[in-house]
Ligand binder design. Structure first.
Ligand SMILES: Cc1ncc(COP(=O)(O)O)c(C=O)c1O
Length: 398
């Protein structure tokens, strides 16, 4: 008999994927250059050239048996050491090799971190708006995802609601900054506030409350944004990183967990991840990709196009009259829709081949997401279409 749980999940397909598939299909009809596809967070710039050079050189000169051999279950030791050293240098931390576990992107990192610090039935708190894949990452561990409502004024956290929802049942808080979908970076002040509340509650309840920091956009931070290294502010913390966006390597499935050395059981969490891996079949990212990435830890792709696009789109949205908070990073922006029902708003936009994603799935109805990891030329060509859409559908004049 097939498993009813997974069968049941078939009905809950990702709206982002569905809209993206629609955009691709529509592109086949009218030419993809005529579809203004703001759906997917797939990087639009090539990976850092240094990564390609390292990979090619390694494949040509190193021993193929070693390069393509099994990786140890926690990741290749020299790679883990290099990650620890890079983080220590950049963020003033004290990671050692034993605190690092290599993963298949941030997805693999979060799935392991949640399993390490919670048991079925425990609650994991996150903040709206949030990445909808948190549901499968967490639901399938048996823990329960609870969502703190958004602070739509500035998309920092809703402190009062957070404090109220941080009950004795909460094993961990999952935070994502800079954030998908809002693009907002939590400020140092917000991170400190969040950490203070968590420390107070740990003391009150007499048990650990872990902070899982989801950081795939850590390197995509715009001028002037205050985007601190979150785990510096809270001891019981686990950082979940990915090279998908910073190095434009989403298909290579590479990232890591970095366990705060001051965390409870810091010395065994990575080892526990290795055991979790055995059961889930995760079994480490490819050895060759681990080795190549280790050589370019402090490099990124040329990420400048994202800030260029963000500034253009933000100015255009403001000109038209949208309510929108200026992103501090990522390649997303999250404006308020022009009617209460963001689904209806996005369906109307679709008629103009403007493909936008409604905010409902991100836990924030009434808003919509634009992923602007696309060419600037296309961003600019989308503006007259956007203007036509809002004039015809909502009678806006500007
Ligand atoms: C907020 C957030 N977390 C996690 C992930 C998963 O990242 P990865 O593809 O590296 O597994 C993504 C991917 O888009 C994301 O936006």
């Amino acid at each position: 008999m097939i498993n009813e749980l997974y069968k049941g999940m078939l009905g809950g397909k990702s709206i982002i994927r569905e809209l993206s598939e629609y955009a691709t299909a529509r592109g086949k009809e009218i030419g993809y250059e005529n579809v203004f596809d703001y759906t997917l967070g797939n990087p639009s710039v090539p990976c850092a050239p240094e990564f390609t050079e390292e990979l090619i050189s390694m494949l040509q000169t190193e021993n193929p048996v070693a390069i393509h051999g099994y990786s140890p279950s926690l990741g290749i030791e020299s790679v883990r050491t290099a990650v620890a050293e890079s983080l220590n240098k950049r963020f003033g931390m004290n990671y050692e090799t034993k605190h690092i576990f290599m993963t298949s992107g941030a997805a693999g990192a979060i799935a392991h971190a949640v399993r390490c610090v919670s048991k079925p039935g425990d609650e994991i708190l996150t903040f709206a708006p949030f990445f909808p894949e948190y549901h499968p990452y967490i639901d399938l561990t048996g823990a329960v995802l609870k969502v703190v409502p958004a602070n739509t004024e500035n998309f920092q956290i809703n402190v009062e609601a957070f404090e109220e929802m941080l009950t004795d049942k909460v094993a961990a808080v999952l935070v994502n900054t800079p954030n998908n979908p809002s693009g907002i970076a939590l400020t140092t002040e917000t991170v400190k506030k969040m950490a203070d509340i968590m420390r107070k509650k740990q003391e009150e309840y007499g048990h650990d409350i872990f902070l899982i920091s989801d950081e795939p956009y850590r390197e995509i931070v715009f001028k002037g944004a205050d985007a601190p290294y979150v785990t510096k502010y809270y001891d019981n913390s686990i950082s979940c990183y990915s090279f998908s966006k910073s190095l434009s390597l989403p298909g290579e499935r590479i990232g890591y967990i970095a366990v705060n050395p001051k965390c409870t059981d810091a010395d065994i969490i990575a080892v526990m991840c290795g055991q979790i891996s055995r059961g889930t079949g995760h079994n480490c990212p490819a050895s060759s990709i681990q080795l190549a990435v280790a050589k370019v830890l402090d490099k990124t792709s040329d990420l400048s196009v994202y800030e260029t696009n963000m500034n253009l789109i933000y100015d255009e949205l403001k000109k038209i009259g949208f309510t929108v908070v200026k992103p501090g990073g990522t390649f997303y922006i999250f404006p308020k829709a022009l009617e209460e029902d963001a689904n209806a708003f996005c369906m109307k936009a679709k008629k103009y081949d403007l493909i936008l994603v409604p905010g409902d799935n991100f836990g924030c109805p009434g808003y919509f997401r634009m992923a602007y990891c696309i060419d600037t030329e296309k961003v600019l060509r989308s503006f007259p279409v956007l203007e036509k859409f809002v004039k015809e559908e909502y009678g806006l004049e500007f």
